[in-house]
Design a protein around this ligand. Structure first.
Ligand SMILES: [Zn+2]
Length: 268
């Protein structure tokens, strides 16, 4: 059989709308396992290289509408995917520019650096698109470590990035996540409807398991959520009236994360 060869002139094959939704839509991606971040990068004119970067975790070097994303090799694959998506976020907002990002710039949803926060948000929107993500969350009635591991496994994302997204999902209105290092509380994030007066204490109460995890290297993550008086976590005068659940676990290199689930009556 004879086939005709057609010459196609590619004038500008790169997509103009680089929003996560538009990219996923135009690539026909509807399930989490098809979110191939390197293929998406290629689609928008970017190649991904793994090379040792002395001063940063990842960077993007742009020239016109083409560019190269470089990432430090040897990290966790989930972390690497987030870094690539984060650089893609910089590209979407400032195509053609060169940006270098330190490890502390990526995945921290910085409150002070708007450019880094926007790139993190872009990465989360691309790797964990809301319709797919909420559908997966709804498979798990309670936000606990088991649910977190399951959802992180489906999206191939880190536990920290996945948990932040689960808190933001509005599927778990009573959930709060708190991050602790040896220096005390680092940051926390509450579901949208939780009143601001349920603000976690600065220091860990002796009754909390998180304290044990932080200071005793031999202790292991809590296998299931545990009931505890709300006054172990909150200074608010009303705290002693309520019981909440806590579950703490280690994130290598970051410290201890605790998931609290409040009593629904605490939402006012
Ligand atoms: Zn960045």
């Amino acid at each position: 059989m004879k086939t005709k060869t057609k010459t196609v002139t590619r004038i500008d094959p790169l997509p103009k709308n680089l929003s996560p939704d538009a990219l996923l839509h135009s690539l026909g991606i509807t399930v989490p396992r098809d979110i191939d971040i390197e293929a998406i990068a290629y689609y928008v004119g970017l190649r991904v290289r793994r090379r040792c970067l002395r001063c940063c975790e990842a960077m993007i070097t742009g020239l016109g509408n083409k560019g190269i994303i470089s990432v430090n090799p040897g990290g966790m694959p989930q972390r690497e995917r987030f870094s690539i998506a984060h650089e893609l976020g910089h590209w979407a907002h400032h195509r053609g520019e060169t940006v270098a990002c330190r490890a502390t710039d990526i995945g921290k949803f910085s409150k002070t650096n708007e450019v880094e926060r926007a790139a993190d948000q872009y990465a989360a929107d691309l790797l964990m698109p809301w319709p797919m993500f909420k559908a997966e969350c709804r498979q798990h009635r309670r936000l606990d470590l088991k649910a977190l591991k399951a959802v992180a496994g489906v999206f191939n994302t880190s536990q920290t990035a996945t948990l932040i997204r689960m808190i933001d999902s509005s599927v778990y209105p009573t959930a709060i996540m708190i991050s602790h290092g040896t220096g005390g509380r680092k940051w926390h994030k509450s579901a949208a409807g939780i009143p601001g007066y349920w603000f976690p204490k600065a220091d860990l109460d002796a009754e909390t398991f998180a304290l044990e995890l932080l200071h005793n290297p031999a202790s292991r993550d809590e296998g299931f959520p545990r009931k505890i008086g709300a006054d172990a976590w909150f200074e608010n005068w009303a705290a002693e009236k309520y019981e909440i659940t806590e579950q703490s676990f280690r994130i290598p290199g970051e410290g201890v994360i605790t998931i609290l689930n409040l009593d629904p009556n605490m939402l006012g």
